[in-house]
Design a protein around this ligand. Structure first.
Ligand code: AMP
Length: 187
């Protein structure tokens, strides 16, 4: 299985990605996690992206595309992968397509976790208040991330809808409810 998991910040995408990847024994590839680690480790990449992450903006396409290309070429991705947080722009989706054709690893499923905007805002607030430990989890940055999602990532969903097709999964309910729905569409 070669899956892309799409959805706005606050939709529970990261949680579902971890569950899904472990259920199917495939690597969970999160560009956000890779970037946060680089930031924490103080690598040249980390220093380059630190202020971008802190603001909730997107890292330049060429940077994340190069990062993902390298990751997908690692051997564990031969058995499949789950992409979480990539692609986030239409140029990233186009680059991913070209990359996967080249590697003979075309996507098998594109899944969107859909949650209404008012609920996302409420979730972002409670997540910020509970202090997840993520420096980009303040309410201000989370709202920025949501704005960036509507402007830059929602068009990615449209792009896939027109090309490969998108499986929409209702993101309301408990973590288990959503995991069960995703499991069902992958049967
Ligand atoms: P995430 O953990 O997926 O929410 O990503 C955290 C942050 O990393 C985002 O707010 C962006 O600043 C950056 N990031 C992660 N993935 C990408 C991507 N595909 N393109 C651009 N920026 C990204």
């Amino acid at each position: 299985m070669r899956i892309v998991l799409l959805g706005p910040p606050g939709a529970g995408k990261g949680t579902q990605a971890v569950l899904l990847a472990s259920a199917h024994g495939i690597p969970h590839v999160s560009t956000g996690e890779m970037l946060r680690k680089a930031d924490k480790d103080g690598t040249p990449l980390g220093l380059q992206v630190r202020s971008i992450l802190a603001r909730g903006d997107l890292v330049p396409d060429e940077v994340v595309i190069a990062l993902l290309r390298e990751r997908l070429q690692q051997q564990d991705c031969d058995r499949g992968f789950l992409l979480d947080g990539f692609p986030r722009t239409v140029p990233q989706a186009q680059a991913l397509n070209r990359m996967l054709v080249e590697l003979h690893k075309e996507l098998t499923h594109i899944i969107e976790i859909a949650v209404p905007e008012d609920i996302l805002i409420a979730r972002i607030r409670s997540r910020g208040a509970s202090g997840s430990g993520r420096s980009d989890d303040t309410e201000e940055v989370a709202s920025k991330r949501l704005k960036v999602f509507w402007e830059q990532t929602a068009p990615v969903i449209e792009y896939y809808r027109k090309s490969q097709g998108v499986i929409e999964v209702d993101g309301l309910g408990t973590i288990d409810d959503v995991a069960t729905r995703i499991g069902a569409v992958l049967q």
